[in-house]
Write a protein that binds this ligand. Sequence first.
Ligand SMILES: Cc1cc2nc3c(=O)[nH]c(=O)nc-3n(C[C@H](O)[C@H](O)[C@H](O)COP(=O)(O)O)c2cc1C
Length: 187
Amino acid sequence: MTRQRVLGIVGSPRRGGNTDILVDAVLDGAKARGASAEKVILSDLDIAPCEACDGCKDRGECITLDAMEELFSRMFASDVWVLGTPVYWWGPSAQFKAFLDRWYSQVQRAEDKARFKGRRIILAIPMGDAEPRTARNVVGMMEDALHYVKAELFATILAPGASDMGDVRRMDDVMSAARRAGEEAVS
Ligand SMILES: Cc1cc2nc3c(=O)[nH]c(=O)nc-3n(C[C@H](O)[C@H](O)[C@H](O)COP(=O)(O)O)c2cc1C
């Protein structure tokens, strides 16, 4: 098998926070199995929300020229995407939702949409609430979106009870599950 490429995408603005830590754990697992890994923090990038202009329907690409162009290139050059967002108000972070909405420009033409097919996705979702059900809207949104683009939802790492910076580090079972998901996704 050729060397697998893994891209981590962090949807929390809190650098070194729980989402960042979880995504790193997945990437570490993948690297331990010989994959190459890189990571982007969405809040470092200039990513505008979708304007719903439907320009992509005519042009096949988004009319908004910002960091999404380059991010799409990196995504489609990678085999595995580790998508992390904290739960914010029972949904994803605004940064993550803006990122996801921009996928709209990539599903207008069959040949573009086909590029999602077979990508392996690992979700990493911390939340302050102790009840994992709190992540149900984020998980449901991603299950439906990934099914729509025919990407493979490989693993979902939930970290309930992670409220303060770094809380997730103390959750041995969650950290091991994240690392294992990274190992298995590239094996
Ligand atoms: C604006 C905002 C909204 C939040 N809403 C929720 C929520 O609805 N449910 C929940 O369990 N935690 C909620 N939280 C807590 C975060 O999910 C939690 O602190 C998480 O660990 C943050 O991840 P991070 O460290 O990667 O930023 C919210 C936090 C913020 C800042």
